[in-house]
Write a protein that binds this ligand. Structure first.
Ligand code: PA5
Length: 490
């Protein structure tokens, strides 16, 4: 990795992130526009520059530190900076892993019609974000031919909810009665970095037993149709070895759970679902390069951090609303909720994330955003061009125009949505409430790769800026210990 220029002279002449793009040449580059926050930020952005620059330097230096294999100082532990250069490494063919995942994913896709993915937290939210953003919203309801010959997807192991797990076992048992019929074959992808997370481990036992009953206790299928994705060591790895599962994929040391979406954790099941994982990685690699080299004002990662940080520091706006304008982005928002909360919610610091989906939530949370406490910054996530053909509002005979919608007949839904976005932003601006826009030209794998990697980088940079180690989640251990004491008797 080449070094980043250190002097302020290398940074942008204009510090205002009017429209920072990943790569102006890339057809599908995301942009970040915080001009509607400038009235509160003023020249504070310039004063933050040096520290922002240092936070970027530290973030990138941590990649080198991790890769060098040298001693990690105590105040840097844990250090999970491995996610930063991983997309490019995978694209470069490191360990042949990408190809191995694609080959195995194709095989699994052709072998089953239902994929049960077990995992929680970082071993669950990333895949869900990819699936909801990039697959048909009615994927599971479509016949196989209309879902690109990919299996249906179910999640479990993300709760201890009796009725939820029971319902899925029941669904599989009632709908799958002939293992010789592809339409009735199912398999398990079990994901746990530590290999010891209770929710995932207990679900794995339950579904494994169902699977072995279905295909036969010692059948080849009962070994081939279970794909463990786990860390280099741990109970799940040990179990997989003793069981003789043919295919397992690693979650590398140095990549933390909520930063693992571009490891096999997200990539492998995404590939089974027919998602273009190379485009995902390319988007992630491109924004990483932009983060590494572009000046403030043209750097979506640094510009986003600067805006959010200054509004929090100087105006007490410690609620981060991710305002997604499209149902396909809701799970990406929930993934970000986890990322920000678990990374920076430490030492009584860290903004509180909140995802909304508009226009749905204008009818629930909108009132508070408009007139409630001035404690929030709203970041809109906007997709410019829909993935499917536009739906136009039909005209009706005048005698039936009781809803008076003929005035806008012929307009398409994207136009209606744009009016809602513009109207909402204006209403907030008129009341002095800050908003910023993150715009994706389309909701495709390249754009989603950029978006998720941008948020991961921004979270780490902000952590370094405020003196919080963004990696690790020591606070989660307390409940686990108590639960263990209760279940295992101390
Ligand atoms: O970000 C994290 O590390 C956590 O949210 C984990 O992903 C989550 O606790 C699941 O852990 P594991 O993958 O070890 O089962």
């Amino acid at each position: 990795m080449t070094s980043v220029p250190t002097g302020l002279a290398h940074l942008s002449k204009s510090l205002k992130p009017k429209h920072s793009k990943v790569d102006p040449m890339a057809a599908n580059a995301l942009t970040y526009d915080a001009s509607a926050c400038e009235f509160l930020i003023g020249n504070q952005r310039g004063e933050l520059l040096e520290r922002l620059h240092q936070a970027r330097q530290e973030t990138l230096a941590d990649v080198e530190l991790l890769r060098s294999g040298g001693d990690v100082p105590a105040d840097k532990q844990p250090l999970d900076s491995g996610f930063i250069d991983l997309p490019q490494r995978l694209l470069n063919g490191e360990d042949g892993l990408l190809q191995r995942m694609e080959t195995s994913a194709r095989h699994l896709r052709e072998s089953i019609d239902r994929m049960v993915v077990l995992g929680i937290g970082g071993s669950y939210m990333g895949l869900r974000a990819l699936f909801e953003a990039l697959c048909d919203p009615y994927h599971n309801e479509r016949p196989r031919s209309k879902r690109n010959d990919c299996p249906r997807l179910y999640y479990e192991g993300n709760n201890l909810d009796n009725d939820s797990i029971s319902a899925l076992v029941d669904l599989l048992q009632t709908q799958c009665t002939d293992p010789a019929d592809l339409a009735q074959r199912w398999g398990i992808v079990v994901i746990s970095k530590s290999g010891g997370t209770l929710e995932t481990a207990v679900a794995f036992r339950v579904f494994r037993e169902a699977l072995e009953n279905y295909y036969g206790q010692n059948s080849a299928a009962s070994r081939e149709l279970v794909i463990p994705i786990t860390g280099e060591q741990g109970k799940l790895r040990d179990f997989s070895q003793s069981k003789g599962y043919g295919t397992t994929f690693p979650i590398p040391d140095g990549v933390g759970g909520r930063f693992s979406v571009f490891t096999a954790v997200g990539l492998y099941p995404a590939a089974v679902l027919g998602i273009d994982i190379r485009a995902l990685l390319q988007g992630a690699a491109d924004i990483t390069e932009q983060f590494r080299t572009a000046p403030v004002g043209e750097n979506p990662v640094l510009d986003y951090v600067a805006t959010c940080h200054l509004l929090e520091r100087d105006h007490g706006m410690d609620l981060r609303v991710l305002s997604t304008w499209g149902k396909g982005l809701e799970a990406a928002g929930l993934w970000y909720d986890q990322l920000l909360a678990e990374s920076l919610g430490k030492q009584e610091q860290g903004a509180t994330p909140l995802t909304v989906v508009n226009t749905r939530d204008l009818h629930s949370r909108g009132q508070q955003h408009q007139e409630g406490k001035r404690d929030r910054v709203i970041t809109n996530v906007i997709v410019e061009t829909p993935s499917r053909e536009s739906v136009e509002l039909p005209a009706v005979d005048d005698s039936l125009d009781k809803d008076q919608l003929n005035r806008i007949a012929g307009k398409a839904f994207p136009e209606l949505l744009q009016a809602a976005i513009d109207g909402t932003n204006k209403a907030y601006a008129d009341d002095g409430r800050p908003t910023a826009d993150l715009t994706l030209p389309r909701l495709d794998a390249y754009a989603v790769g950029q978006l998720l990697q941008m948020f991961m980088l921004a979270t780490v940079v902000e952590g370094r800026l405020i003196g919080i180690n963004p990696y690790g989640q020591p606070g989660v251990e307390a409940y686990k210990k108590n639960m263990g004491d209760i279940l295992y008797g101390g």
